[in-house]
Ligand binder design. Sequence first.
Ligand code: ADP
Length: 477
Amino acid sequence: MKILFVTSEANPFIKTGGLADVSFALPKALHEKGEDVRIIMPKYEDISEDFTSKMTQLATYGVSVGWRNQYCGLKYLTYDGIPVYFVDNEYYFKRHGCYGYFDDGERFSYFCRAVMESVKYMDDFYPDVVHCNDWQTGMVPLYLSEIYKDRPEFSKAKSVFTIHNLKYQGVFSHSVIQELLGIGEEYFSEDKIKFYDGISFMKAGIVYADKITTVSKTYAKEIQTAYYGEGLDGLLRQKSAKLVGITNGIDYSSNDPKKDKYIVNYGLTTLKNKAVNKEMLQQLAGLPVNSDVPVIAMVTRLVKQKGLDLVTRVIEDILKMNVQLIVLGTGDNDYQDFFEYYASSYPAKIASFIQFNNAIASKVYAGSDILLMPSLFEPCGLSQMIAMAYGTLPLVRETGGLSDTVIPYNEFTGDGNGFSFTNYNAHDMLNVIEYAVSCYQDKKTWTKLVKNAMRTKFEWKTQADEYLKIYNEIVEE
Ligand code: ADP
């Protein structure tokens, strides 16, 4: 099977969140099963010299953006055996980070078109499946079905569109249709890409893909309801026969406390070293070193989705408990300021690292006892899975992938790998934090839960089979 995996970020080249992890781990798992899978993504400025120095230029060509013709350099390297193509245009992508620019609509219109034009330069590669991810790639299924289907390189190609987060939709003004996408006015209709007065890249992906997937079974159901549907629930209900939830996995070779280079290594039989990591983390965070106090951590984008309003609502009550709180994250200024303020006011109780930092993330996963993730919604969530791998118990709200991956502790059977609450309510969360803290005092129970969590696996090997199953289905159709 030949699969072209189209994404706007992939780890280790660049990462702003879980999409990057999935965008390398899934192709890697497919590659290990013998499939010919290739990744294509933009070449951003922040991709390190280690990678750019290894890239070779395969071709240069013109890409139409509305009536204009823009340069594209197609660059290439292999990493872990996987061919990775980079779309190079300095005007669009030689900028810091990945998104958040005024002209993102233009940048990703260009990217989608550049992907379509790139395939003929890929050696002996006529894709069976073009697998697109999130709004930034949403126009690819449209182009494939409407404009490029007669090109020889796409003669067999079917498309899959994966929704990693329905909240971010790529909605732009109506004028984008002709000025940037270069398609006719007939696409501005309710059954095509019109979304209120504008157009939606996400909607294009959903309407034109042969199969739609999202990243957990529960989220696949939730997005068909008005509460989680972000205005697209009606369309998703209509497409429900094509919509499948496949829960993400994590890459255990890069999330392994036995090998992680940033921590004192430990495993199921050397758990005492987790306590050493806790001590080092408390020191790093400037908190009193004390093994009896449970450390609650958050490793997260600081945005509303992550349930931060629950935390800000009852922060004083949390800090009154016998706990320490560590927050690692970046995002909205209000939340950043909030945690910095509390960290400076209560330096013995709370510490904040307002940065995106992989090394600190490892230290936090390894050194804390509880990972707090009270999300308002959560398509899948990787942080809770990583926390479990490090023997840190997730405390989550039961939504999306959090419901599918965290089994709340049952004190009667001893089962469970974390804690959870149902309603989006700050005091419900607080009650469960109190409960978890009381469980922490019972060392025997806690150690059992830690081991349960570390034994819980979310392997990409298994999940990749689910993707292969749907690839096969659409190819046979
Ligand atoms: P989302 O994709 O919505 O941000 P996920 O839980 O799916 O959330 O994935 C988040 C990923 O980003 C995890 O790998 C997590 O460890 C990582 N991450 C989040 N914030 C930071 C940060 N400030 N520093 C380092 N890694 C982070």
